[in-house]
Write a protein that binds this ligand. Structure first.
Ligand SMILES: [Zn+2]
Length: 335
């Protein structure tokens, strides 16, 4: 059932993409756009965290503490959250105390008092989605910026945040005991087709040196959930056609770095914000899998015009993995 529906979806999407390519004047991308230039002109420094909101439990507090230390050292510009921000079932409303317990009172270090650019995960969709997207949360804490899909222009790099939960057909056809808040998403096929068109259009028009896409769900992953086939079929062709450098996600509660042999795209999982699934890892091609860490932690990125430096840290701040991607030589190498 999943594959037949996906095949039906691919066709209109490809037609839409094909029509776009024929247009002489490119249409204006419809995704909301934010600008956040780096404080230091030569480098944009950020932290990336996913799958975190558990009121401090499962080492969330330890990770938060280390983020504060690394954030200060790197003098970060902002934080990216890859979703599943509030467990188990998102926020109950704009006054849910979980927003204080899991966010405001958790990431208190001075270095983390920067904008948190945030997407929704599947657990967030089990709560009141409109509450999590509400500007009222920004009044409670000015760092909070959560939208379904948007573009963040960091001058050196452009990030394209994509709402991936509606791509996953299983949540609609076989939700089990869970209830999802699909208001604003239905009908699903129309929502996903339009989103793909908007992302493709925005990527095609981007003049940024680095293009990185952020979503909650995995595309390539050796973790518990594994790869997300719906995204592989629908989003990967768009990433390839537009020379995207990296796809950054959460969902699998681990830290992971895969370089896809087929397209050279870096698939980076930062989903270690709290509960982890120790030992839950599937076999993966060793030449592609650069890191798999089954505990808690987070990631930093330092991006210059020529190089992106990626570092993964565990819950105690220990460096687990360091990688650099060079734009000039278009090769990746150990530092
Ligand atoms: Zn998830």
């Amino acid at each position: 059932m999943a594959s037949s529906l996906n095949q039906r979806m691919v066709f209109p999407v490809m037609v839409v993409v094909g029509m776009f390519c024929l247009l002489v004047t490119p249409s204006i991308a419809e995704l909301p756009r934010f600008k956040h230039p780096p404080k230091k002109q030569q480098s944009l420094n950020i932290l990336v965290l996913g799958d975190w909101g558990r009121k401090g439990t499962y080492n969330q507090s330890l990770v938060a503490n280390q983020m504060g230390i690394v954030g200060e050292k790197l003098d970060i510009d902002f934080v990216i959250s890859t979703g599943d921000n509030f467990y188990e079932d998102g926020l109950k409303g704009v006054d849910d105390p979980a927003f204080y317990q899991s966010f405001i009172h958790m990431y208190t270090a001075p270095s983390l008092q920067k904008t948190w650019y945030t997407v929704l995960g599947n657990h967030d969709y089990r709560g009141d989605v409109e509450a999590q997207l509400s500007p009222i949360l920004k009044q409670k804490d000015s760092r909070w910026l959560c939208m379904r899909s948007f573009i963040l222009d960091g001058e050196i790099v452009e990030f394209f945040f994509v709402d991936t939960t509606p791509f996953v057909e299983e949540y609609f056809t076989d939700p089990g005991e869970h209830t999802y808040d699909w208001e604003g998403v239905l009908p699903r096929l129309a929502y996903v087709s339009k989103l793909l068109k908007d992302v493709d259009s925005a990527l095609a028009q981007s003049k940024a040196k680095w293009k990185m896409v952020v979503g909650h769900h995995t595309i390539n992953s050796a973790g518990h959930h594994g790869s997300t086939e719906d995204l592989k079929q629908l989003l990967v062709p768009i990433l390839e056609a537009n020379n995207v450098d990296a796809y950054i996600n959460g969902h699998d509660h681990c830290l992971q770095h895969i370089i896809d042999n087929n397209n050279g795209i870096h698939f980076i999982t930062s989903g270690g914000g709290s509960k982890a699934w120790s030992g839950d890892v599937k076999p993966w091609k060793l030449e592609e899998l650069k890191l798999y860490y089954d505990g808690q932690g987070f990631m930093s990125m330092q991006i210059t015009k020529s190089t992106a430096y990626i570092i993964f840290y565990d819950a105690f701040g220990k460096v687990l993995h360091t990688w650099s991607i060079s734009k000039d030589r278009n090769v990746a190498a150990w530092i």
